[in-house]
Design a protein around this ligand. Structure first.
Ligand SMILES: Cc1ncc(COP(=O)(O)O)c(C=O)c1O
Length: 394
């Protein structure tokens, strides 16, 4: 059977492939304490270990018992759009009308819908190197081409306005950033973001900012949403990370008013709606108790970040830029290995610690960097750093 040529531009998600190898090892004797092995420690995980806020599960159960699960509007339950609008007002002091918010099946569907609405073959979209790999594949799925913009530690692995301007061609139709970023946990400087937004607006291109980790900001300086720059900015967000609801598959878009109807049309046809069950349950996350629980978890992640950074410094794995958000650290392993991919497999086999090689995220830095996640229990982070330290002779 002939496959569509768009697949030529979609690479495997190597994070998943490495996880699969680690899971296979974890199920074998090397990780079985009964056979003298040690359990695998997971520093490769892209989801918090907390799960959804307490009230969310009970709300879902009530919803099932009452059979309140028909399709919702393609743009989402009005109550949930209202709740998000109120959340923006309370958290960011911004008036974002519920009519600009579209509920989606995770940030993934939000990215898919936005890219399909905006881009087509012949278009180019600028993305930083490094960045979350699926983002360039959403661009590819629309038929457009993703063009990488090189970054380095001096700009927190985020593109500078100058680099964006240099990479701009007659075909450029959009800029897609993530702040804080996966894999680096670093955010773009607010002034750089403002200048990139102005540039894109003046040239009639779209600025899409993936803010899925924004609520997990640890520094006030980077905690404001790009939506504060004006209603031309498109923000992608999710219940997966801050609200701990990865498998519920729920996210949202904030759109310029004239993009809502086109995205609604696409959503009606492609997805009908996001899960009604997940939407009703998510409402429980916005109670004072639900929000307090999420903030408490952010404090815990902040403590884990400190533990991770101190530990990595102790064992000699440099982190050129400390993360200000999310739960990732982008560490330079070139003092210890010629290739980060081999380093990860070596660490997995000899220390039973699962890491993520840079390969998915960065053509430019793939060979020298690994991503470590601190979305796991403090005791496991400490143990993993000890094992790594011993392996590296520290
Ligand atoms: C930067 C970024 N964007 C989007 C996603 C997709 O998230 P969701 O679970 O909401 O689809 C992820 C998931 O890890 C991510 O890291």
């Amino acid at each position: 059977m002939k496959l569509a040529s768009r697949l030529d531009h979609i690479e495997p998600f190597y994070v998943m492939e490495v996880s699969k190898a680690a899971a296979a090892l974890a199920a074998g004797p090397a990780c079985d304490p009964a056979q003298g092995g040690r359990r695998m420690l997971w520093l490769n995980i892209g989801e918090p270990d907390f799960g959804a806020p307490t009230g969310v599960g009970a709300a879902a159960q009530r919803c099932i018992a009452e059979r309140r699960t028909p399709y919702s509007d393609a743009t989402g339950l009005p109550e949930l759009r209202e709740a998000l609008s109120a959340w923006y007002a309370q958290r960011h002091g911004l008036q974002i009308g519920p009519e600009r918010i579209v509920i989606t099946a995770g940030a993934s569907a939000a990215l898919h819908l936005a890219c399909l609405a905006l881009f087509e073959p012949g278009d180019e979209v600028l993305l930083p190197d490094p960045s979350y790999p699926c983002n360039r594949h959403f661009v590819a799925a629309s038929g457009a081409s993703a063009r990488f913009v090189a970054t380095d530690a001096t700009s927190r692995y985020q593109p500078t306005p100058e680099a964006i301007e240099q990479a701009w061609t007659a075909a450029t139709r959009g800029v897609l950033l993530a702040s804080p970023s996966n894999p680096t946990g670093t955010s773009i400087e607010p002034e750089a973001l403002r200048r990139i937004s102005t540039l894109a607006h003046e040239r009639g291109a779209a600025l899409l900012v993936d803010e899925i980790y924004l609520a997990l900001s640890y520094e006030e300086r980077y905690a404001q949403t790009a939506l504060a720059l004006g209603e031309q900015v498109i923000s992608i967000n999710s219940f997966s990370k801050y609200f701990g609801m990865t498998g519920w598959r729920l996210g949202w878009l904030v759109l310029p008013p004239d993009l809502v109807r086109p995205v609604e049309k696409l959503a009606q046809n492609l997805y009908i709606c996001a899960s009604t069950l997940a939407q009703r349950a998510a409402l429980a996350a916005f109670t004072p108790e639900g929000l307090a629980e999420c903030e408490h978890r952010r404090d815990e992640l902040r403590r884990r970040r400190a533990l991770m950074l101190e530990g990595l410094q102790r064992i000699g794995l440099p982190v050129p830029v400390a993360p200000d958000g999310a739960f990732y650290v982008w560490a330079d392993v070139r003092a210890h290995a010629a290739d980060a991919w081999d380093f990860c497999f070596d660490v997995m086999r000899r220390a039973q610690v699962a890491l993520t090689p840079g390969r998915d995220f960065s053509p430019q830095m793939a060979r020298h960097f690994v991503r470590l996640s601190f979305a796991t229990a403090r005791a496991d982070i400490e143990e993993a750093l000890d094992r790594l330290g011993r392996l590296l002779g520290r």
